[in-house]
Ligand binder design. Structure first.
Ligand code: NI
Ligand code: MN
Length: 224
Protein backbone atom coordinates (compact mmCIF):
# COMPACT_ATOMS: atom_id res chain seq x y z
CA UNK A 1 0.00 0.00 0.00
CA UNK A 2 1.30 3.42 -0.93
CA UNK A 3 0.45 6.85 0.43
CA UNK A 4 1.73 9.82 -1.60
CA UNK A 5 1.67 13.36 -0.20
CA UNK A 6 1.02 16.40 -2.42
CA UNK A 7 1.47 18.96 0.35
CA UNK A 8 -1.22 20.65 2.48
CA UNK A 9 -3.83 17.92 3.27
CA UNK A 10 -3.76 16.20 -0.13
CA UNK A 11 -2.86 12.52 -0.39
CA UNK A 12 -3.17 9.66 -2.85
CA UNK A 13 -3.72 6.24 -1.25
CA UNK A 14 -3.01 3.32 -3.56
CA UNK A 15 -4.03 -0.25 -2.81
CA UNK A 16 -3.93 -1.82 -6.27
CA UNK A 17 -6.20 -1.71 -8.25
CA UNK A 18 -7.78 1.07 -6.20
CA UNK A 19 -6.57 4.66 -6.01
CA UNK A 20 -8.17 7.02 -3.55
CA UNK A 21 -7.46 10.74 -3.43
CA UNK A 22 -8.02 12.63 -0.20
CA UNK A 23 -8.61 16.41 -0.24
CA UNK A 24 -6.93 16.87 -3.66
CA UNK A 25 -5.96 20.55 -3.58
CA UNK A 26 -3.42 20.51 -6.42
CA UNK A 27 -3.74 23.28 -9.05
CA UNK A 28 -4.00 26.07 -6.46
CA UNK A 29 -1.56 24.44 -4.04
CA UNK A 30 1.80 26.26 -4.16
CA UNK A 31 3.70 23.21 -2.82
CA UNK A 32 2.09 20.42 -4.88
CA UNK A 33 4.46 18.79 -7.40
CA UNK A 34 1.45 17.53 -9.43
CA UNK A 35 -1.36 19.25 -11.27
CA UNK A 36 -4.87 17.80 -11.17
CA UNK A 37 -4.55 16.64 -14.80
CA UNK A 38 -1.61 14.40 -13.77
CA UNK A 39 -3.41 12.33 -11.13
CA UNK A 40 -5.93 9.53 -11.50
CA UNK A 41 -8.31 8.03 -8.98
CA UNK A 42 -11.37 5.79 -8.64
CA UNK A 43 -12.53 7.50 -5.45
CA UNK A 44 -12.04 10.93 -3.88
CA UNK A 45 -12.67 11.58 -0.20
CA UNK A 46 -13.34 15.24 0.64
CA UNK A 47 -13.38 16.21 4.34
CA UNK A 48 -15.06 19.63 3.93
CA UNK A 49 -15.99 22.29 1.40
CA UNK A 50 -13.13 24.78 1.85
CA UNK A 51 -11.21 25.43 -1.36
CA UNK A 52 -7.95 24.05 0.05
CA UNK A 53 -9.66 20.63 0.55
CA UNK A 54 -12.38 20.43 -2.10
CA UNK A 55 -9.59 21.56 -4.41
CA UNK A 56 -9.78 19.91 -7.83
CA UNK A 57 -12.15 17.12 -6.73
CA UNK A 58 -14.91 18.03 -9.16
CA UNK A 59 -12.72 18.19 -12.28
CA UNK A 60 -10.90 14.97 -11.35
CA UNK A 61 -14.22 13.22 -10.67
CA UNK A 62 -15.49 14.23 -14.11
CA UNK A 63 -12.29 13.26 -15.95
CA UNK A 64 -11.68 9.94 -14.14
CA UNK A 65 -15.33 9.03 -13.45
CA UNK A 66 -14.26 8.93 -9.80
CA UNK A 67 -16.84 8.90 -7.04
CA UNK A 68 -16.55 11.70 -4.48
CA UNK A 69 -17.30 10.43 -0.97
CA UNK A 70 -18.36 13.18 1.44
CA UNK A 71 -20.95 14.17 4.01
CA UNK A 72 -24.44 14.68 2.61
CA UNK A 73 -24.49 18.46 2.00
CA UNK A 74 -21.02 18.49 0.40
CA UNK A 75 -21.85 15.41 -1.69
CA UNK A 76 -25.02 17.12 -2.93
CA UNK A 77 -22.98 20.21 -3.80
CA UNK A 78 -20.39 18.31 -5.88
CA UNK A 79 -23.19 16.36 -7.60
CA UNK A 80 -24.85 19.70 -8.49
CA UNK A 81 -21.55 20.65 -10.17
CA UNK A 82 -21.58 17.50 -12.33
CA UNK A 83 -19.42 15.18 -10.22
CA UNK A 84 -20.37 11.66 -9.17
CA UNK A 85 -21.01 11.47 -5.43
CA UNK A 86 -21.71 9.05 -2.62
CA UNK A 87 -23.50 10.77 0.26
CA UNK A 88 -22.57 9.76 3.80
CA UNK A 89 -22.56 11.44 7.20
CA UNK A 90 -20.63 11.63 10.44
CA UNK A 91 -20.68 8.39 12.41
CA UNK A 92 -21.77 6.34 9.44
CA UNK A 93 -19.62 3.79 7.65
CA UNK A 94 -19.97 2.18 4.24
CA UNK A 95 -18.17 -0.60 2.42
CA UNK A 96 -16.73 0.41 -0.96
CA UNK A 97 -14.81 -1.84 -3.42
CA UNK A 98 -11.49 -0.74 -1.80
CA UNK A 99 -12.63 -1.02 1.82
CA UNK A 100 -14.53 0.92 4.45
CA UNK A 101 -15.01 4.62 5.07
CA UNK A 102 -16.33 6.01 8.33
CA UNK A 103 -16.70 9.76 8.86
CA UNK A 104 -15.82 11.40 12.17
CA UNK A 105 -16.47 14.82 13.63
CA UNK A 106 -14.06 17.71 13.09
CA UNK A 107 -14.21 21.08 14.83
CA UNK A 108 -14.04 23.50 11.93
CA UNK A 109 -16.31 25.11 9.28
CA UNK A 110 -17.44 24.05 5.83
CA UNK A 111 -18.52 26.22 2.92
CA UNK A 112 -17.73 25.88 -0.78
CA UNK A 113 -15.64 28.58 -2.52
CA UNK A 114 -18.85 29.94 -4.16
CA UNK A 115 -20.46 30.42 -0.73
CA UNK A 116 -22.68 27.30 -0.75
CA UNK A 117 -23.07 25.78 2.72
CA UNK A 118 -21.59 22.28 2.64
CA UNK A 119 -22.67 20.84 5.99
CA UNK A 120 -20.45 19.79 8.86
CA UNK A 121 -16.71 19.36 8.37
CA UNK A 122 -15.45 15.82 8.89
CA UNK A 123 -12.51 13.51 9.33
CA UNK A 124 -12.33 10.12 7.61
CA UNK A 125 -11.34 6.66 8.82
CA UNK A 126 -10.30 4.69 5.75
CA UNK A 127 -9.85 0.93 6.16
CA UNK A 128 -8.25 -0.81 3.21
CA UNK A 129 -5.84 -3.74 2.88
CA UNK A 130 -6.24 -4.48 6.59
CA UNK A 131 -4.98 -1.02 7.65
CA UNK A 132 -6.85 1.97 8.98
CA UNK A 133 -5.79 5.47 7.98
CA UNK A 134 -7.30 8.38 9.92
CA UNK A 135 -7.27 11.66 7.97
CA UNK A 136 -8.60 14.11 10.55
CA UNK A 137 -9.44 16.87 8.05
CA UNK A 138 -9.11 20.38 9.45
CA UNK A 139 -9.87 20.34 13.14
CA UNK A 140 -9.03 21.64 16.55
CA UNK A 141 -8.23 19.15 19.28
CA UNK A 142 -11.19 17.19 20.65
CA UNK A 143 -11.34 14.60 23.39
CA UNK A 144 -13.47 12.14 21.34
CA UNK A 145 -10.26 11.25 19.50
CA UNK A 146 -9.76 8.88 22.46
CA UNK A 147 -13.03 7.10 21.62
CA UNK A 148 -12.21 7.09 17.89
CA UNK A 149 -8.83 5.46 18.58
CA UNK A 150 -10.28 2.91 21.02
CA UNK A 151 -12.99 1.77 18.63
CA UNK A 152 -10.98 2.01 15.39
CA UNK A 153 -7.31 1.11 15.99
CA UNK A 154 -5.43 3.53 13.74
CA UNK A 155 -2.38 2.43 11.74
CA UNK A 156 -1.57 5.79 10.16
CA UNK A 157 -2.84 9.13 11.45
CA UNK A 158 -2.69 12.21 9.21
CA UNK A 159 -3.21 15.35 11.25
CA UNK A 160 -2.76 19.10 10.93
CA UNK A 161 0.00 20.93 12.79
CA UNK A 162 -0.05 24.37 11.11
CA UNK A 163 -2.05 26.22 13.80
CA UNK A 164 -4.23 29.30 13.06
CA UNK A 165 -7.04 27.40 11.24
CA UNK A 166 -6.46 24.02 12.92
CA UNK A 167 -4.61 22.57 15.87
CA UNK A 168 -0.97 23.52 16.23
CA UNK A 169 1.95 21.32 17.27
CA UNK A 170 1.23 20.99 21.00
CA UNK A 171 -2.47 20.21 20.51
CA UNK A 172 -1.53 17.76 17.73
CA UNK A 173 0.82 15.95 20.14
CA UNK A 174 -2.12 15.60 22.55
CA UNK A 175 -4.30 14.37 19.64
CA UNK A 176 -1.74 11.61 19.01
CA UNK A 177 -1.74 10.63 22.69
CA UNK A 178 -5.56 10.42 22.69
CA UNK A 179 -5.85 8.46 19.42
CA UNK A 180 -2.84 6.16 20.00
CA UNK A 181 -1.97 5.46 16.33
CA UNK A 182 0.90 3.22 15.22
CA UNK A 183 2.33 5.90 12.90
CA UNK A 184 1.80 9.63 12.39
CA UNK A 185 2.28 11.95 9.40
CA UNK A 186 1.79 15.71 9.87
CA UNK A 187 -0.11 17.82 7.31
CA UNK A 188 -1.63 21.30 6.77
CA UNK A 189 1.57 23.29 7.43
CA UNK A 190 4.00 25.45 5.39
CA UNK A 191 1.62 25.77 2.43
CA UNK A 192 1.10 29.45 3.25
CA UNK A 193 3.02 31.73 5.67
CA UNK A 194 0.14 31.84 8.20
CA UNK A 195 0.39 28.06 8.76
CA UNK A 196 4.18 27.88 9.14
CA UNK A 197 5.26 25.10 11.48
CA UNK A 198 8.31 22.93 12.10
CA UNK A 199 7.36 19.29 11.40
CA UNK A 200 10.69 18.06 12.83
CA UNK A 201 9.77 19.61 16.18
CA UNK A 202 6.39 17.84 16.05
CA UNK A 203 8.04 14.46 15.31
CA UNK A 204 10.54 15.05 18.14
CA UNK A 205 7.68 15.77 20.55
CA UNK A 206 5.67 12.66 19.62
CA UNK A 207 8.80 10.48 19.76
CA UNK A 208 9.40 11.79 23.30
CA UNK A 209 5.94 10.36 24.15
CA UNK A 210 6.79 6.97 22.60
CA UNK A 211 5.06 7.40 19.22
CA UNK A 212 6.47 7.01 15.72
CA UNK A 213 6.04 9.28 12.76
CA UNK A 214 7.63 10.73 9.66
CA UNK A 215 7.64 13.90 7.62
CA UNK A 216 6.63 13.46 3.98
CA UNK A 217 7.87 16.13 1.60
CA UNK A 218 5.40 17.02 -1.15
CA UNK A 219 5.78 14.29 -3.80
CA UNK A 220 7.11 11.67 -1.36
CA UNK A 221 5.49 8.27 -0.92
CA UNK A 222 5.15 6.29 2.30
CA UNK A 223 4.89 2.53 1.77
CA UNK A 224 3.29 0.35 4.43
NI1 NI B 1 -10.72 24.22 6.19
MN1 MN C 1 -7.66 23.83 5.38
Amino acid sequence: MKLTYFGHSAFLLENSPHSILIDPFLDGNPVSPKKSSEVNANFIIVTHGHGDHLGDSISISKRCHATIIAVNELADYVASQGATAHNMHIGGSHLFPFGKIKFTIAHHGSVAPDGTYTGNPSGALITTGGKTIYHTGDTGLFYDMKLIGEMNPVDVMLLPIGDNYTMGIDDAVKAVELTNPKFVIPMHYNTFPVISADPALFIKKIEAKGFKGAILKPGETFTF
